[in-house]
Design a protein around this ligand. Structure first.
Ligand code: FAD
Ligand code: ZN
Length: 466
């Protein structure tokens, strides 16, 4: 980048809006799994849409590549400047512009941390349902750019279902104002959805109007020992029927994941008396004066009679509920502490999960003798974090060297079930070449055409997604 472009970019954001200090920049260059390491000569931190617009106009004119970043919790390397691009942090665009109880909506800038949105909604007796283990650091801009999922998708949908309006800066610097707060609007193409899940390759999201829900009046949360994954699928159907579709989370947990959490996360305990291979953490939310306790107890009792459930612990207060969720939320952390792991974020039709798990675990065990499968996650959405820990006492480096071969076999299997190789984490750089293998030539061609149309100079997050 030439000195003149550098100077113009710095001027566009003012003295507080940039950094060239390697110490300040360093944490932005490596992500949670330490899988990708980037480098950049310049970190830009605009504080407004106008500043962001000025930055992109300069980048476009000078053909300067730029990578948007929110909370840097993404898991596929999309937010990392891998080739010395300028880094654009939205962290200073962190205002909640408006909270509107009567329209059940809230306007947040891209850099607002997800937890802040939860608090702002809760302050007016509302609820913003997007819930991820990274919610203390991830941002609305990142959540929408990755179309984040999490544990409540079953009931409320993924991030793209929670958006009424969007403000986007296009790669040429123009501001696209789609900030309507309408619940219905059929005036042509739904352009905002193009930018949601685009991982910062088509535009920079600067603000969004988010949909709010009535605050939960009560939760029913149960940790349930199931006979096997097929029993879990059947239990989900029974619970949805019994609660009238109010199940919000339905998470599969294998014994090994629970054991890792119990061993490596202080202050956790097994909620049930004797170990079984598979568990489900199920939760239903009631926003009115409807009690779901009876529905839960009744369903569990009948499932025990039918032999699909062997035991269950139903939380009777908020502390117990919190303790049960800690077991689920700490699986990734515990797996990280246990050593190297090969991870997949896949989805298949819910009914096919038992068959997929059986085939997939046997297949990887044959490829890597002694490998420890730790498949867990959002069974209710057909989305499993199909992870494998290094064999006990095994060499982590040698294990990770098999990542590509294992991922290829797993993704081929997923494809044979009509599934997705990235259910909620996105494509980034990690799966960019893989999607070409599983999507039709027409689909890839259309994605590339859209990218070329919106970003003809390929300045925005180049080399990611397409
Ligand atoms: P970043 O990581 O900074 O960026 C992610 C992508 O979005 C990048 O491609 C980046 O270029 C782009 N981007 C960021 N901001 C903007 C913007 N304003 N405009 C345009 N593009 C932008 N994800 C799930 O879906 N479900 C989970 O359950 C889940 N659990 C997680 C648990 C842990 C412990 C961790 C570390 C991550 C988890 N994630 C999960 C992944 C991650 O938290 C989400 O992808 C999150 O939405 C990323 O938000 P972020 O602000 O950190 O974005
Ligand atoms: Zn997840």
């Amino acid at each position: 980048m030439n000195a003149d472009t550098f100077a113009r970019l710095k001027r566009a954001v003012g003295a507080k809006g940039f950094s060239e200090d390697p110490n300040e920049i360093a944490p932005h260059l490596v992500e949670w799994r330490s899988k990708y390491q980037g480098h950049t000569p310049l970190l830009l931190k605009p504080q407004s849409t106008a500043e962001t617009s000025a930055v992109l106009a300069i980048c476009n004119e000078t053909h300067t590549a730029i990578v948007p970043q929110g909370g840097n919790t993404g898991l596929v390397g999309g937010q990392i400047p891998l080739n010395g691009e300028v880094l654009l942090s939205l962290a200073r665009m962190n205002k909640i512009r408006n909270v509107d109880a009567s329209n059940a909506s809230l306007v947040a800038e891209a850099g607002v941390i997800l937890d802040e949105v939860h608090r702002a909604a809760s302050n007016i007796g509302k609820f913003f349902p997007l819930s991820l283990a990274s919610e203390g650091s991830c941002t609305i801009g990142g959540n929408l750019s990755t179309n984040a999922g999490g544990v409540d998708v079953l009931r409320y949908g993924s991030a793209r279902n929670l958006v009424l309006g969007l403000e986007v800066v296009l790669p040429d610097g123009r501001v696209l104002d789609l900030m309507r707060s309408l619940h219905k609007d059929n005036t042509g193409y739904d352009l905002k959805q193009l930018f949601i899940g685009a991982e910062g390759t088509l535009g920079v999201i600067t603000a969004a109007t988010l949909k709010l829900y009535p605050a939960p009046a009560s939760y029913e949360t149960a940790f349930i020992a199931v006979r096997d994954p097929a029993a879990a699928v059947e239990l989900l159907d029974r619970m949805q029927t019994a609660t009238g579709g109010l199940v919000s989370a339905f998470e599969l947990i294998p014994r090994i994941a629970l054991e890792l959490v119990l061993a490596l996360i202080p202050g956790t305990r097994d909620p049930l008396a004797s170990p079984v291979p598979w568990y489900v953490l199920a939760e239903a939310i009631s926003a009115g004066k409807v009690s779901l306790r009876e529905a839960f107890q009744d369903t569990v009792a009948k499932a025990i009679e039918a032999g699909i459930v062997t035991d269950a612990a139903i939380a009777t207060n908020e502390t117990q509920r919190h303790d049960l969720w800690r077991l689920r939320e700490n699986i990734s952390e515990a797996q990280k502490r246990e050593g190297a792991s090969i991870k997949h974020d896949i989805s298949v039709p819910v009914k096919d999960i038992p068959a997929f798990l059986k085939k997939g675990m046997a297949m990887v065990a044959a490829m890597v003798p002694g490998v420890r499968p730790v498949p867990f996650g959002h069974l209710g959405d057909g989305n499993i974090h199909f992870n494998f820990s290094v064999p006990k006492g095994g060499d982590g480096e040698a294990f990770l060297a098999q990542w590509s071969a294992v991922a290829r076999a797993v993704h081929d299997l997923v494809n044979s079930f009509g599934g997705s190789i990235s259910a909620e984490h996105g494509v980034g750089v990690m799966k960019r070449d893989d999607i070409v293998r599983y999507k039709s030539a027409t689909e890839i061609d259309l994605m590339r055409t859209l990218k070329r149309t919106l970003d003809p100079n390929n300045i925005l997050n180049p080399g990611k997604v397409v």
